[in-house]
Write a protein that binds this ligand. Structure first.
Ligand code: AMP
Ligand code: MG
Length: 404
């Protein structure tokens, strides 16, 4: 049997960061930057005022106070986006709005609140320090400075900086297009009535959502019936239009395990047992040049194996340098058992208090228990040699909270 780490390494080896493409700035959201963007000009790009008020020479207002206001001639009026037409001379001021360029000669801005708001002559009742309320050219970013390093996952905050620096497009690794292919004669569309013996195709909906959460672009390629010709046709189509195929079902020892039957013939997919619970039967390889991960059909097995094998590969294809979820140190709140010789991924809820994080295992840990999976906030990783976890024992958790 293969270890979880061995199979994870094999999964990661199936793909690399996708070839960068240039996209309009907003389409870069959530993508990994594939170039280092440097500033083509400084930010701010010119000295400007941070307040509505009057541009002045600080020296003219020395001693200005409530009891001894100083009057200045107002010689110009500048709004944001417009240029001053006159320089400030001794005894004069320029009325100025937030973001407008500081006129020559001025070295400070008096906020309108310190004045009588005069249009032709302004009376100032407080003295500004030199430099007050002036935002200096280049004080944020200097020309040529690195703005955002390659490898950064672009969020709204980087988009703000890139836009301010005048970038209309950027080079990013594209999100991988992932085909989600469920298999099984028993599957019915969610929302449709269930006939006797049939079940809703929850796996493909779960995986569509999980691929999106992992930063991929999913498309639903199934469900495909347990029919070899139909499955072969679906796989050939998806191999042409996808960066990755993820299937569920049909990989165990049953008589109608079509995925295994079809892909064993091509020789480019290996089917193995991985020492884990849930999720023992696994497969991975290629259909043509396209990587495929074949997940087991049981819903909890499919989820856990997606988390452990497929999610890291999707993140690698996105160009993320960090492909794993955050891990949390916790202590066990209720004793439970784990199978010998297998890594268990126990579904747990978590409680945090002054002492730290306590993990409580869901009562039922079967690979069909979707209620427990939905309630779980983390997966406790129990190593193969551990068979019993006592209350108070340390646990390592994979945090399932939503992330980038
Ligand atoms: P299989 O590996 O195809 O034998 O499936 C194992 C178990 O998972 C069976 O109980 C299936 O009915 C169930 N299963 C397979 N595919 C799905 C799916 N897409 N959604 C929900 N359950 C599934
Ligand atoms: Mg099946």
């Amino acid at each position: 049997m293969r270890t979880v780490d061995e199979h994870r390494s094999a999964a990661l080896a199936l793909g690399a960061a996708l070839t960068p493409v240039r996209v309009p700035l907003l389409e870069a959201l959530g993508c990994v930057l594939a170039e280092e963007v440097t500033a083509a000009w400084p930010l701010p790009s010119f000295d400007n005022t941070s307040m509505d008020g009057y541009a002045v020479r600080a020296v003219d207002l020395e001693g200005a106070a409530e009891q001894s206001p100083v009057s200045l001639r107002v010689i110009d009026d500048v709004a944001a986006g417009h240029l001053p037409s006159r320089a400030v001379e001794p005894g004069s001021a320029v009325r100025i709005m937030t973001g407008a360029r500081i006129p020559a000669g001025a070295d400070a801005v008096v906020p309108v609140e310190w004045t009588d708001g005069g249009i032709e002559v302004v009376s100032v009742s407080r003295a500004p320090d030199a430099g007050a309320h002036v935002r200096l050219r280049g004080e944020d970013v200097r020309e040529g400075d690195p703005l955002v390093p390659a490898g950064t996952i672009v969020t709204s905050r980087q988009i703000a900086l890139l836009a301010a620096a005048g970038r209309g497009d950027v080079l990013v690794h594209p999100r991988p297009r992932v085909a989600v292919l469920s298999t099984g004669d028993e599957l019915v569309e969610p929302g449709q009535p269930l006939e006797e013996g049939r079940i809703a195709d929850s796996n493909s909906f779960m995986l569509m959502a999980a691929v999106t959460e992992a930063g991929g672009i999913p498309h639903r390629a199934g469900p495909v019936r347990d029919d070899e010709a139909a499955l072969r046709a679906a796989l050939e189509l998806e191999a042409q239009r996808s960066d990755l195929i993820i299937s569920t079902g049909g990989v165990s020892m049953g008589a109608y395990d079509t995925v295994k039957a079809v892909l064993s013939q091509t020789g480019s997919v290996e089917f193995v047992k991985v020492a884990m619970q849930p999720g023992m039967p696994q497969g991975l390889g290629r259909v043509g040049a396209t990587p495929i991960i074949t997940l087991p059909g049981n819903p909890v097995s499919a989820y856990v194996s997606f988390e452990v094998f497929a999610r890291p590969l999707i993140r690698r294809m996105r160009g993320c340098s960090w492909v794993d979820r955050a891990r949390i140190d916790a202590r066990c709140g209720r004793a439970f058992t784990s199978p010998a010789g297998k890594t268990q991924f126990a579904r747990v809820t978590v409680e945090a208090d002054d002492e730290g994080v306590t993990a409580l295992p869901e009562g039922a840990q079967g690979s069909h228990i979707l209620g427990g999976l939905a309630r779980a906030q983390a997966l406790a990783v129990i190593p193969p040699e551990v068979t019993r976890i006592e209350q108070g024992d340390r646990l390592e958790l994979i945090d399932l909270s939503p992330d980038d």
